[in-house]
Design a protein around this ligand. Structure first.
Ligand SMILES: [Zn+2]
Length: 190
C-alpha cells in the first residue's frame, strides 16, 4: 500500500491513478494529422471491405504521457538514476524515493499500469498524429484491394504484425509498418 504521508507528486501507482487521466491517449482516427489520416482511412476501408478484424489502441499520443512512459520504463530497468530523470514540462512528478530500489519499484508500478510492452519511442511519431497502433487479423485468405485497386491475396501469418505481404499493401496506401513494434504503423515507418 502507498504511504499516506508521501508527497502527492511522488511517482508510483498512487500518482498514476491520481494523474494519468490528465494526459490521455487518443485512439480516434479523427485525432490523426489530416494528411496521414486520409491514408489511414483508405487502408482501413480496404481492410474492412476484406473482412479483416482491426483493433485500434492508439493514434495521437499526449507528449506528457509519452515522456512519463519513456522515463518510467528506463528508470524501472535501472537505465537512468531517479535523480537524473529530466523534468517533464506541464507535469509535477518526483521520481526520487528513499533509495534507488524504491524509485525503480515505483517506476515499475507505472510501467505496469501504462501496460508498456515495448520500450516506448520518445519522441514518438504518435505525438504528431503520424502513427497508429492497431492489431489486424483475419481468417483464411485476405483478399484486399491495394491502393491501385488491384486485389492482392494474402495468406499466413494471419496478422498485421508479421505479414510482410500486408505490410506492402499498407505501404501502398502510405501507412508503413515498423517491424519491431507489433501494432505500430506510421507515415514513415518510425
Ligand atoms: Zn505506436
Amino acid at each position: 500500500m502507498s504511504d499516506p504521508t508521501a508527497p502527492a507528486n511522488l511517482s508510483g501507482a498512487a500518482w498514476w491513478h491520481a494523474n494519468q487521466a490528465r494526459y490521455p491517449d487518443n485512439s480516434a482516427i479523427a485525432d490523426l494529422e489530416p494528411g496521414f489520416r486520409t491514408k489511414v482511412e483508405s487502408f482501413l476501408a480496404a481492410l474492412a471491405k476484406a473482412n479483416a478484424t482491426v483493433h485500434i489502441s492508439a493514434t495521437r499520443r499526449n507528449p506528457v504521457r509519452g515522456a512519463l512512459m519513456h522515463w518510467a520504463y528506463k528508470l524501472s530497468k535501472g537505465k537512468v538514476k531517479a535523480k537524473d530523470v529530466p523534468a517533464i514540462p506541464g507535469c509535477d512528478i518526483d521520481w526520487v524515493h528513499a533509495d534507488e530500489e524504491a524509485s525503480q519499484k515505483a517506476a515499475q508500478e507505472m510501467v505496469s499500469l501504462f501496460r508498456i510492452v515495448y520500450p516506448p519511442a520518445h519522441p514518438s511519431m504518435h505525438y504528431k498524429g503520424l502513427a497508429i497502433d492497431m492489431n489486424i487479423s483475419w481468417t483464411g485468405t485476405l483478399k484486399i484491394a491495394g491502393a491501385d485497386g488491384t486485389v492482392v491475396e494474402i495468406g499466413t501469418p494471419l496478422n498485421g504484425a508479421s505479414n510482410t505481404d500486408l505490410h506492402a499493401v499498407g505501404k501502398g496506401y502510405g501507412v508503413i509498418k515498423l517491424l519491431k513494434d507489433k501494432p505500430h504503423w506510421s507515415s514513415d515507418g518510425h
